[in-house]
Design a protein around this ligand. Structure first.
Ligand code: SAM
Length: 472
């Protein structure tokens, strides 16, 4: 029985409710009155239910789709301004006991080199990331109780936070590790993590079980209920995602929003972020072997509809996507992107050799961080290295209320400018620096509070003198 408040996966992601939503969506997809009403509701910045959003996703009327795209762009601007938060993944270990059929780290893959970073390796990798200018990482590891126990993850987080190379620092570590216990989530929270990210891969139970034939990840309920355990463990910023290509995208989309509604209903706060990965080629993985691949137009529509449905949730796009696709979805509500990512263990210090296929997936956007930063600015965005919110205790519903109050313009906006200034001072090429300096001067005028603007101006001057880490 569908019940968003239930703690049972099969109730809050009720299969029949997903199917009924898709039927509803098919029925009204091209009904202009209904579609207009739903767009109007989204325009009120109230978000949409999974059924309403599913109608928009199914809609094929070109003028309505265009309207959705313009609105998605506007909503993103209203709540997140023109800032784009930057991050990079850090692969700690590719030892894994699961049998995920889409992932090259699956246990049966006997020829992929297995690697696990020592704490010394982590120092080298993080130093390389700091030297690029990164301040925010997402750590990734396969599931392996003896090779990657929680103690290893916690020790690695401590190491990452302790490294200070020149002016560098990693100020926020997000964690993408396998579903675990409330106790372990509590330990992660105490270690000072930012967001706990776990992709559902697919919400379709039968497919989920077939795609995860062996290992602990096979347990659909344990995986799907992980975010509830994370929240019980005190982590109130959680990141959802599905791996598009595994199942019908419309099924995944409805269920993803049902998951968000469930978190809101039970814990009073929805997901902090939603990621939209698409399956990619990797060592022994052929994306064409999966029947549900989506084209770029569909992908863009999914991003726009997520933005309309959950206006306050951050949306993340990785380097799985090309520059062109990233450029397109940045205009449809994406708020966070990775840059200069390496998806192999140890890849920042030792880039993959041609014959070494140990990347988790092929990266499409291979540009340097400096190139990505410059490109964002040329497109009119502010690349932000800000990590202030969780360090100021603005997590969960406190972050959401800041977002809703519109105060973000006096908080996140100057923080973005100050962290961009640090980047320009410490890491940028001359051309990027030139573009960035004039952008900061321009954007400073958009800080609405005169007092905040003055403080920001003063801090920017102090950054030029060598001081670091200011925040509102
Ligand atoms: N092992 C952890 C887990 O079970 O969630 C960590 C996650 S893994 C390092 C990060 C994500 O990469 C996975 O959740 C999956 O969605 C994605 N991924 C795996 N194989 C992929 C592929 N071939 N193409 C694109 N993304 C992939």
């Amino acid at each position: 029985m569908y019940d968003p408040k239930s703690l049972r996966a099969e109730d809050f992601i009720d299969h029949d409710e997903v199917l009924a939503s898709l039927e509803y969506a098919n029925k009204y997809a091209d009904n202009a009155d209904i579609v207009d009403q739903i767009i109007e509701k989204a325009r009120q910045r109230k978000g949409l239910t999974h059924r309403e959003a599913s109608v928009l996703l199914a809609c094929t009327m070109p003028d309505k789709i265009q309207e959705m795209y313009s609105l998605a762009e506007q909503i993103k601007k209203d709540f997140y301004g023109n800032r784009i938060v930057m991050f990079a993944p850090l692969y700690l270990s590719n030892y894994c006991i699961n049998g995920c059929v889409y992932c090259p780290y699956h246990r049966q893959n006997a020829h992929i080199p297995r690697k696990k970073l020592t704490q010394e390796d982590i120092v080298r990798e993080v130093t390389a990331l700091q030297d690029m200018g990164h301040k925010r990482l997402a750590i990734e590891a396969g599931e392996h109780p003896s090779m990657n126990p929680i103690e290893y993850i916690l020790e690695s987080i401590r190491t990452i936070y302790s490294i200070k190379h020149r002016n560098g620092a990693i100020r926020r570590v997000n964690v993408n590790i396998a579903a675990t216990t409330v106790e372990n989530y509590r330990k992660l929270k105490e270690a000072g993590i930012g967001t706990y990210i776990l992709f559902q891969e697919t919400y379709h139970k039968q497919s989920y079980e077939a795609l995860h034939p062996t290992g602990p990840k096979h347990d659909y309920a344990y995986h799907t209920e992980a975010m509830d355990r994370a929240m019980q463990g005190g982590i109130d910023d959680v990141g959802l995602g599905v791996l598009f290509g595994l199942q019908s995208y419309r099924y995944e989309f409805a269920a993803l929003l049902m998951h968000a509604e469930h978190l809101e209903a039970v814990h009073g706060v929805g997901p902090h972020t939603i990621s939209v990965p698409r399956i990619k080629h990797a060592d022994d993985i052929d994306p064409n072997a999966f029947d549900n691949g989506i084209d770029d137009d569909t992908f863009a529509k999914i991003c726009a509809c997520i933005r309309l449905a959950v206006p306050y949730t951050g949306m993340i796009i990785s380097t799985r996507e090309s520059k062109a696709v990233r450029e397109r979805v940045l205009r449809l509500g994406v708020s966070q992107i990775s840059g200069a990512s390496r998806t192999s263990v140890g890849g920042y210090c030792e880039p993959e050799a041609e014959d070494d296929n140990s990347e988790q997936f092929d990266v499409s956007d291979k540009r340097t961080l400096d190139e990505v930063v410059r490109w964002l600015m040329e497109l009119g965005f502010i690349p932000s290295f800000c990590t202030a919110c969780y360090r100021e205790g603005r997590t969960g519903d406190r972050f959401m209320s800041l977002c809703k109050s519109g105060q973000i313009q006096n908080c996140c906006h100057p923080n973005a400018l100050m962290t961009l200034k640090e980047y320009l001072e410490d890491y940028a090429s001359p051309e990027t620096r030139r573009i960035g300096e004039s952008l900061i001067q321009r954007e400073l005028e958009n800080v609405t509070s005169e007092r905040v603007r003055e403080i920001a101006r003063r801090n920017l001057a102090l950054i030029e003198e060598g001081k670091r880490d200011f925040r509102f």
